[in-house]
Design a protein around this ligand. Sequence first.
Ligand SMILES: C[S@@+](CC[C@H](N)C(=O)[O-])C[C@H]1O[C@@H](n2cnc3c(N)ncnc32)[C@H](O)[C@@H]1O
Length: 263
Amino acid sequence: MKTTPYLIDFYNHYDEDNRLAFPHGSVEFLTTMRYIERYLTSGSRVLEIGAGTGRYSHALARQGYLVDAVELVEHNIEVFWENTEPDEQITIVQGNALDLSSFPADTYDITLLLGPLYHLYTPEDKRQALGEAIRITKPGGVIFAAYVISDGCLLDEGFKRGNVNVAEYIKEGLLNAQTFAANSEPKDLFELVRKEDIDALMSVFPVTRLHYVAADGCTLLMREAIDAMDSDIFALYMRYHFATCEREDLLGITSHALDIFRK
Ligand SMILES: C[S@@+](CC[C@H](N)C(=O)[O-])C[C@H]1O[C@@H](n2cnc3c(N)ncnc32)[C@H](O)[C@@H]1O
């Protein structure tokens, strides 16, 4: 496993709570929860791989579901425990999405892989993590895999905010000069993909896609406008987002995508 010090360092210092304090930070969460809730049934067992500080795990455990979690970074596990409320039926172990051999096959109704694929750089590693998520899921169970999408990030962090120097990235070979496809490395922290990469990855697995969702669409690109909305307008924005986030003509420009499939 190529666990990089960059990854550990990033998550040791990342202020998740601050991001979620703003409305724009909640769109991806609200969207993902909405889809997860569609597939939960009474008594569902959930595994979250790469659970971070437990946003999803705790939300689901508080609804009464049985949640197990796996997380790579010790600091996140400590915060995960601090966030645990007494009534939750929840566990977390330190582990790696690439090797879930301590978890038996065909065990979970819902499996969440919302984060590890952001930090795996080769198709082999990504398929290994996806294969493990599929293995531990019950036949008929549903798997949620999240990705960071290059075009949303390039427009937002690159052209809009200047946090990414697009011309430099092209010079360094991190962006293809013709197609603008990303070519990330571990030191860049996030692996950026497009839908065609996800389709190619998934082509080897005998699963059925249920939804492919632009999880936040243009939200990050227009975060200032969204954070300035009053609650009625924000609710209307969410209605718009839910109504359009699976539209084929709008799928590519998003910062995160959610691939939802049945084993
Ligand atoms: C962007 S965070 C998402 C956390 C959580 N799933 C959520 O959506 O709020 C990604 C998480 O995946 C973890 N992670 C990254 N690579 C991993 C791996 N190979 N195995 C397990 N966890 C991993 C990171 O430490 C981090 O906590």
